[in-house]
Design a protein. Sequence first.
Length: 329
Amino acid sequence: MQIEDDFIHLAYTPDMTQAGIQYACRSLAYTYDRMGGSPFERMRRIVAGKAVELAFRRHLSSQDIPHDNLGATHFTEPDHYDVALGGRRCDLKSFLIFHKSKISRLRQYPGLLLQAAALVPDDQLFAEHHSDQDLYIFAFVLALVTPDFDTLQQARQAGQPVHLVLPLPAAWAQPETWAPLGRLALKNELAPEVTVELGGQDSQHGFITESLQLPPGRRIQSNRDFHSLAYLHAPELPAGRVGISAPRLGEAHLAATGEWGNIWVYGIETVLAGWMRRGDFRQHAKRLPQGSRTFLYPRTRTPNRWLPVAQLHPMQELFEYTRRWKHSL
């Protein structure tokens, strides 16, 4: 059992969101969509997850806690693990809390997290390629997001950064045949001029980008040899539709203004809430059916196993173990 004072509160800095956005844009077509919802919700969760990973690594370094980062993989592949402590693989389970009322309550009463559910999806918990010696580390990210046009406008008026993206359909992002899409052509329907970044992959599955200026009403062609196209990014919201066509795909894709979304995560803090060995979690966790209501979600979208955060082990205990493990390896 642990208490509120066992939580470790980490600062959230804008560069964490920037790192998360870079990973989210590159990996969008290759990450498993377990939670459902809009692609922007999914991308914000990825951003928050990468921010937690970066905050955790920085904390380990600042406290001289021995660790390794050898689990990093190419963006097209699943992560093997986030970090390793004493040779034990760590799987960071991060949860994004973005409702203002919940954030306000948790800032005032952090102990409320003790009764929150530490969740692990069934398909992960019972995956054969994981070891019972793996460590689950549970973290909560308190952050604001802009889920609609009104909140996006409020963020802009307040001088906050935004990162607008337009995810492309599967036919573009994951084409069945790996071959050149051909000279991509884009057209911006209305003034003013729009700058767009195209992000996708080349013939060797390397990630490539290209920036184009789109004056209103003119058809502009790309110069890069894209084999897939995952997203478009614009620093400003286009006033009208933006169309994109590829010779190999035939029909053009037309995107209205409302189809763009802001994936910037306005982080406030990250809370490292506790840890547990995978084998122990599997033994003690309770079943939580799909559609269940929790502190985090109005309803869960996948079957999970759960324990109250209060039943996890304190993070400082893990760090002390890690120093001992280093000398025993």
